[in-house]
Ligand binder design. Structure first.
Ligand code: KG4
Ligand code: ZN
Length: 326
């Protein structure tokens, strides 16, 4: 079964063809990162205009690279939330138009569910029940997954998402945008020697990162930072320690057989290393290109939704605040 995935929830325009939910035939991504870098963050209006320019060529490339003709497609899976309304609208409108014109089934996908399904594109298939840590620019969620489509949220961030905290810390340290990779790179040259406050919030699976960020800001304001690389490494160490220990605690509590990592922050080298080192159960992590936004994960998720009998009508709308689980 071949599914075309389309993703345009933030600042990447992406299309991919995936076979049987696990084999990636193509994975095309047009990134707007250089355009938004000069503003220090994603400008929603600029993002939707760029999606408009890129979406058709990106879909054509994905179909060409997959050596797939339109009549071979079994469905089109498209992200319809959460994300920026104007950006989501571009992908959803194009997906609807193709589905209608070609008579192909349409499936609206939750972007966060898509991130988890990046793990199904790896060599080893995930085993249920599992615990997935989704760490992206907008979310930090601990999801207990018993089966396909059966989710319980065990914890989430009470303030900044992990990726957002990385982006803000990089701005505070003058490391530029996007902040996550900048902090990751600077940390390689530094030592985690600064004492930053860790918000453990013991007894709960929730996260809070704004205190660490504020402490870093105060240190910069008070000229207490001599070495930017040490500051980056200290910030990264604090965020990663909390993510790793809370994920392992939640996975142990819910009896997970495996831990899955997903979302843009899952590309972080220290997080990947520490989670694999400390976890008592196997850890699956997609390659970095499938951690950040892509459409292969949307197509993979679409396959399992289709198997569960889920399709969407041509009247499907964007839902910028779409949630995954309560
Ligand atoms: O999943 P994603 O591509 O987009 C959203 O759905 O938000 O995640 C983007 C986030 C950004 O905040 C970015 O700074 C962060 O992922 N990120 C990283 C790394 N690469 C991307 N954070 C830490 N270390 C990285 N290597
Ligand atoms: Zn994402």
């Amino acid at each position: 079964m071949k599914i075309l995935g389309i993703e345009s929830s933030c600042d990447e325009t992406a299309a991919a063809v995936v076979e049987d939910g696990v084999r990636m035939l193509s994975n095309e991504i047009s990134s707007q990162v250089d355009i938004h870098a000069r503003y220090g963050g994603v400008v929603p209006e600029v993002a939707s205009r760029q999606h408009l320019l890129a979406i058709i060529p990106v879909i054509e490339q994905a179909m060409d690279k997959a050596l797939t003709d339109w009549h071979e497609l079994d469905a089109i899976a498209v992200t319809h939330g959460p994300g920026l309304a104007g950006s989501l609208l571009v992908g959803v409108s194009v997906a609807k138009s193709i589905a209608y014109a070609r008579g192909i089934r349409l499936i609206g996908i939750n972007h966060l569910e898509g991130h988890m399904y990046a793990n199904w594109l790896a060599e080893t298939s995930p085993k249920f029940p599992l615990l997935c840590l989704i760490v992206s620019g907008g979310h930090t969620d601990l999801i207990h997954m018993r089966q396909h489509g059966d989710y319980t949220m065990m914890g989430h961030t009470l303030d900044d998402a992990a990726g957002e905290a990385f982006d803000k810390a990089a701005r505070i340290l003058g490391l530029g945008y996007p902040g996550g990779p900048a902090i990751d790179n600077a940390s390689q040259k530094g030592k985690p020697c600064l004492a930053l406050p860790y918000s453990w919030m013991s007894g709960a699976h929730n996260f809070s990162f704004s205190g660490i960020k504020s402490a870093l800001y105060r240190m910069v304001e008070e000229n207490k930072i001599d070495n930017i690389n040490d500051a980056a490494a200290s910030f990264q160490q604090a965020v990663v320690s909390i993510l790793v220990s809370k994920t392992i605690a939640a996975a142990t509590e819910c009896g997970a057989r495996q831990i899955l990592l997903s979302g843009g922050v899952a590309s972080n080298r220290l997080l990947r290393k520490c989670l694999c080192q400390d976890s008592p159960m196997p850890v699956l992590i997609p390659p970095p290109v499938l951690c950040t936004d892509n459409a292969a994960m949307i197509a993979a998720c679409g396959y399992f939704r289709l198997h569960a009998g889920v399709t969407s009508g041509i009247d499907i709308d964007v839902i910028p605040g779409l949630q995954l689980a309560k």
